[in-house]
Design a protein around this ligand. Structure first.
Ligand code: PBG
Length: 323
């Protein structure tokens, strides 16, 4: 079909025609809201690098979760900012740890909400690495045992799904086994399977106080230049028992999302990370872009690339726009 017989503009003439042929439709069901829990009462600390986002004490976390659920968002992802840190990150699996407390608060207030918990050590270690440090190296096999403890402690506190974000080898299998040994057969694992070593995490590290004190994460997070390796990482996690495969970040990795969508038959999640959010907010503040429109365009593009669900700091804003 060639011009003038075929005219693509025919089907773009009116809003109703455009709606009829729209291929990707974003809904609040697609969104997961990340939240940062801190100790204390009545705490609502704005995060400078992420305008509109806060470190919240647990009563506010529960309230925010309730509001999100009312807007149609089915899940939250909880991160904790602990009071104390040490070399082994023991606060990450403390019974009264910040995430454990936040899980109970959310489940109490909105039992229907899916509570997903980030399983990692970097917020809890004094050196800021995602595992146990030996000199300058993170010890893989010692770390995955601790990650399994963290996952079980989250499940014990009522978490509905655990999401390991450390990028150690073999952690999905180790966590699956530990959950099963403790009879948590029904707790799924959302694996940060394809997580790149990205500068887009900068604002998050300010929010969660989780930047490494020395060195970087290049020996465990992936090289942004690689995509075949993404397929290997995802396939390993599928075999180890992952229930959802995540790609992170999202915006500079739409090709990876699309590739993973083609290669695996599990649901695919994409993490629209802190730096992606911060860039919109900064440009919006300068009056250079329409933040609301850009937000919807970005979220739609991530879904179009193949993501079945999107973790985004814009989740509330976007859900309100869809209401
Ligand atoms: C912890 C973790 C990070 C993010 C999610 N979990 C930071 C990191 O790996 O340094 C980043 C999220 C974001 O930037 O929004 N390992």
């Amino acid at each position: 079909m060639l011009f003038p017989e075929y005219r693509p503009r025919r089907m773009r003439r009116t809003e109703a025609l455009r709606r009829m042929i729209r291929e990707t439709v974003l809904t609040p069901n697609d969104l997961i809201l990340p939240l940062f829990a801190v100790h204390g009462k009545g705490v609502k600390n704005p995060i400078d690098s992420m305008p509109g986002q806060f470190q919240l004490s647990i009563e506010y976390i529960a309230e925010m979760a309730k509001e999100a659920y009312k807007l149609g968002i089915p899940a939250v992802m909880l991160f904790g900012v602990p009071k104390t840190k040490n070399a082994l990150g023991t606060e990450a699996y403390a019974k009264d740890g910040i995430v454990q407390t936040a899980i109970r608060a959310v489940k109490n207030k909105v039992p229907e909400m899916v509570v997903i918990t980030d399983v990692c050590m970097c917020q809890y270690t004094d050196h800021g690495h995602c595992g146990i440090l030996e000199k300058t190296e993170v010890n893989n096999d010692a770390t995955i045992e601790i990650l399994a403890n963290i996952a079980v402690s989250h499940a014990k506190s009522g978490s509905d799904m655990v999401a390991p974000s450390d990028m150690m080898d073999g952690r999905v299998g180790e966590i699956r086994e530990a959950l099963d040994d403790n009879s948590y057969y029904n707790i799924p694992i959302m694996s940060y399977a394809v997580k790149y070593c990205s500068a887009f995490y900068g604002p998050f590290r300010q929010a969660a106080h989780s930047a490494p004190k020395a060195g970087d994460r290049k020996s465990y997070q992936m090289d942004p230049a690689n995509i075949l390796e993404a397929v290997r990482e995802a396939s390993m996690d599928v075999e180890e028992g992952a229930d959802i495969i995540m790609v992170k970040p999202a915006l500079s990795y739409l090709d990876v999302i699309s590739k993973i969508r083609d290669e695996v038959d599990l649901p695919v999640a994409a993490y629209n990370v802190s730096g992606e959010y911060a860039m919109i907010k900064a440009a919006e503040k300068l009056g250079w872009v329409d933040g609301a429109k850009i937000t919807m365009e970005i979220l739609t593009s991530i879904k179009r690339a193949g993501a079945d669900m999107i973790l985004s700091y814009s989740a509330m804003e976007a859900a309100k726009m869809m209401a």
